[in-house]
Design a protein around this ligand. Sequence first.
Ligand code: FES
Length: 623
Amino acid sequence: MNKQNEIKVTFQPSGRSVFALPGTLLLEAAGRAGVALQTPCGGRGTCGKCRVRIVSGECPPSAADLQALSAEQVQQGYRLACRTYIVGPLTVEIPAESLFGGAQQILTSHAGRSAVLNPVIRKTYFHLDPPSRDSAVSDVERLKSVIGEVTIPFHLLQKLAGFLRGQNWQGTAVLAGKRLIGLEAGDTSATAYGVAFDLGTTTVVGTLFDLVSGQEKAVASTMNPQVSFGDDVISRISRIRENDGALAQLQQSALTAIRSVIQKLGEQASVDTRHIYEVAIAGNSTMQQLLCGLDSSALGEVPFVQAFSSALTISAQTLGLPVNPGGEVYIFPQIGGFVGGDTVAGMLASGLDKTGEATLLVDIGTNGEIVLAHNGRMQATSAAAGPAFEGARIVQGMRATAGAIEKVILGEDVILNVIGNARPVGLCGTALIDAAAELLRKGLIDETGRILSADEAPDGISPALRARLIEINGQVNFLLVAAEVSGSGEPVYLWQKDVRELQLATGAIRAGINILLRRAGLEPADLGSVLLAGAFGNFIRRNNARRIGLLPQIACRRIHFVGNAASLGAQLALLSADERELASQLGRTTEHVDLSLDPEFQMEFGMAMMFPENDVDACNDVR
Ligand code: FES
């Protein structure tokens, strides 16, 4: 992305930075940095919960700041993120209490507090009494009498006698739960690191943690090289079904990405990667299985069957990872079909098991994952939305990079926001949703998804908008950008065909939501909260997603962004044995609902493709 015209915003204490266009809301920039803030008032500037402190940079207080915050707080640099527009470079401190739900827990430990810090990996320095006439117990018993009951693998048992005598009966035991995974000379108990991975279909993100202090040390990412085998999981599964050697190739590509991120993290934080003892990985079913080299062919046929469900612990050496030789890899449990470890991690991070009200967790992507928590019961499903939200199969669609229209507002005429302050060349997923929602509000698309002609447009429509309804080859399309002002010299349209693709994607996700609600005996209005997770979910505008029917008709203030919940969940599992246990429990107890086996799916899907006639309210989404 061209960052020339963009402004750098750095968030503390994580140190994460993003580049944002002038005029971007600080709340939105925080979301892009993976910092999910509380927004109980839906960004109206009245609750004061999204409060952050400006450490440096120009940021005059808004009227809402002066209303919601005390004069002293304003003086100290506090601002409401939902009402602060970025005008220059900023360094912003995020108070722990402003963070949303699960994020708060994990970032508490980032800040060095040990409330949740209870990693599976522990180190214990020991100093044993040497054998004597009075005490001639075995070496194993002697060690256990000091470090507690542990299981000792045979290769360490083979080394134990020599190690104890050679090190004068002192050393550091490295433990994974109640298993001994290493013996180190001297006292190394203050040095232990771990990496949490969000293994995505497109990107791989790793976060390095100091397991002793719980502090985040570095974040690094890379593209998943498996994209050369196909953009989505289905094409990669097809590859292994059709080619004998493809499974090994796909596994090696994912491992290459993981290895390179580990190396980058070590370099960034000046940490010797031999001091990394654990790697926790959350990914969708296909990604997790391919990483482990497990045949995933059964995910390519109905019913979709996973290779495993309980969490896996694998030796890092088996996978050839550049970490401590005794290091281990934890792979998240899976729920069923395409509902994999990233969903379990997202449930963990968003505290779905603790919510007292009916709550829906939605991760919108090529494969949308949906979980409904109600009265202690969890149901999860996945819906094949296809790549429309990523700009694919959209005539002038593109990923969210420079030149992509990312926001569309219709007033008397069209107002656009373009990424990178460049001339527009196409539209990304958020703009697709915005454009359809705005056209629905203006009555320029009917509920079947048909774009009306200029003659059919309602009476009150401005001449400028009416002139944008242009018929090409018998279909009406909506002109977003004229050729003279576009970046490509070509006009940019919302094509009728694009609206159909959007309806297919929306219909799949919404049908999944409706089926889960029906199975729980709930109506959309019964939902207390909808939590939006994942990269795309963090950028969509709630009111527009709701207007097109992608989200149920509930007030915006009940729809929350929870950031990259899969990554946060992986971090929690790395830093806390209790959280890991909870992940296992969530994996075991969540019911998997396979939409392909639901007799009513086709009917629900057909109905969900229709746009809602009206919107529940006209709340202004802050984003
Ligand atoms: S004041 Fe409520 S979200 Fe900002």
